[in-house]
Design a protein around this ligand. Structure first.
Ligand code: FAD
Length: 446
């Protein structure tokens, strides 16, 4: 009998397995597809690898702006995809060795929980049965396909097929202007695809500071992406999306359609446990405990944040709870990044949320051009950093657009998590010249 069984080898599952094993537990980890889960195989890493190639291409094309001239810059998309696959293989191998080095037993196959009496969980996988004292559910999420008329017969891509294509589509309609849809819109637009985005909400990237989302949309529009906001998709057919807006019904035609309307928790193998639900996932408390005394859940399965870094942190909290180490999950400083060009990043609450809560707050805003490094490295580029503080001038939200805010947003996470005030943050020494200095500089604004 194992101390701990983990179902799902994504960021929640494999990190939890290593940590629990280091903490002295005997661990068995079940993975039905590939270690690394969605994140490593069909999510974070493949998208960022492809996006990096698109940024390299753009850099080379625009080199003349920086006094560097490259003649006839071209790309070979099949090689870009092959490099992406090579990187995935390398990182999956790294996780395999991490499991081996920590003495985690990895079972490849679909796990099904067949019994739990509160003390022993029984799991069937293939021909074998396994027993464990504790269970951590990390089964993640799968693509959600909305019941749009026509979707059953139309040909379309989800993010998974869009990552696999070896040819850049001539034209693409992206249904859904959320993070995943906008990253693909930016990617294919850079490689010359005519991209149209149809989004139901009045602005792209729901949940992101609307001022910043609008700036990214303007930038992508200038680059040729067409946006239809407040637009409801009525029908999908191969190569044609019918949608309606305030002016009536329209058709958007393209060689390919990409459906990006969200993801839903995957309950495969754990559905029969009858755990208390949370939206369409499994409900967890601040220690990642479920409604069963010997079962925890972490990652996308609780339908709370659907981000890899949240999954990893939740898994850490769950294992700490099993090991009797004081810890608690908080969601007030979870960063979110859109790896487009320019990048968008945010952490903490938004102005819209503060307004809705009716609380006192201050906004400090600074154009990215206040950073010498930004000006040096982003010829003609625009950007903004927006900092929100509460009634006690504690930093509660930081939102930015401009490269490379995906990297410097970590400073904001630390400030918010540590409960720093604007004055305390302003006393920290930041390296110069860095784009991150805009965060410190913004503290002068009030
Ligand atoms: P997953 O990574 O989904 O892993 C769950 C694993 O469980 C899977 O490997 C699955 O095969 C396995 N499994 C399920 N059921 C069983 C069973 N019964 N038996 C055995 N195995 C089972 N997040 C970010 O933070 N940053 C990003 O840039 C980012 N980009 C993304 C881009 C795309 C295109 C997509 C789709 C997602 C992206 N995400 C990103 C989200 C991120 O991938 C997820 O939040 C993260 O993978 C969740 O981790 P997890 O461990 O909860 O689940």
């Amino acid at each position: 009998m194992y101390n701990l069984a983990i179902i799902g080898g994504g960021p929640a599952g494999y990190n939890a397995a290593a940590q629990a094993a280091k903490g002295g537990m005997s661990v068995v980890l079940f993975e039905k597809k590939a270690l690394g889960g969605t994140c490593l195989n069909v999510g974070c890493i493949p998208t960022k690898t492809l996006l990096y190639s698109s940024k390299m291409y753009k850099h080379a094309e625009e080199g003349a702006k920086y006094g560097v001239k490259a003649e006839s810059v071209t790309f070979e998309y099949d090689k870009i995809v092959a490099r992406k696959n090579k990187i995935i293989r390398k990182l999956v191998a790294g996780i395999k060795s991490k499991m081996t080095n920590n003495n985690v037993t990895v079972i490849t196959g679909e796990a099904n929980v067949v019994g739990n009496d509160g003390k022993v969980v029984r799991i069937a996988c293939g021909e074998e049965q396994y027993e464990a004292e504790k269970l951590l559910i990390c089964t993640g999420s799968v693509v959600a396909i909305p019941p749009i008329p026509g979707v059953d017969t139309a040909e379309y891509w989800t993010s998974t097929e869009a990552l696999e294509t070896k040819e850049v589509p001539e034209s693409l309609v992206v249904i859904g202007g959320g993070v995943i849809g906008i990253e693909f819109a930016g990617l294919f637009n850079t490689f010359g695809t005519k991209v149209t985005v149809v989004e139901m909400a009045p602005e792209i990237l729901p949940g992101i500071d609307p001022e910043i989302s609008a700036m990214l949309r303007d930038d992508l529009t200038k680059k040729g992406v067409e946006f239809h906001l407040s637009s409801k998709v009525l029908h999908v057919a191969t190569g044609c999306v019918t949608y309606s807006d305030a002016e009536g019904e329209h058709k958007a035609e393209a060689t390919n359609i990409l459906l990006c309307v969200g993801r839903k928790p995957s309950l495969d193998g754990v559905r029969d446990l009858g755990l208390e639900p949370n939206r369409n996932g499994i409900k967890t408390d601040s220690h990642m405990r479920t409604s069963a005394p010997n079962i925890w859940a972490a990652g996308d399965i609780n339908a709370t944040s659907l981000l890899a870094h949240t999954a990893e942190r939740e898994a850490q909290v769950a294992v700490n709870d099993m090991l009797g180490i004081e810890d608690e999950m908080r969601y007030n400083a979870i960063p979110g990044v859109i790896y487009t060009n320019p990048e968008v990043a945010g952490c903490g609450t938004t102005e819209a949320a503060l307004q809705a809560a009716g609380v006192e707050y201050k906004v400090r805003k600074l154009p990215m051009s206040f950073s010498g490094r930004f000006v040096a490295e982003n010829e003609g580029g625009n950007g903004l950093c927006k900092i929100l503080t509460d009634a006690n001038d504690k930093v509660v939200g930081v939102h930015a657009i401009g490269n490379p805010c995906s990297e410097f947003i970590a400073a904001a996470c630390v400030a918010i998590e540590a409960g720093m005030t604007a004055e305390q943050l302003h006393r920290v020494v930041f390296p110069h010249p860095t784009v991150c200095e805009v965060i410190r500089e913004a503290m002068f604004m009030i």
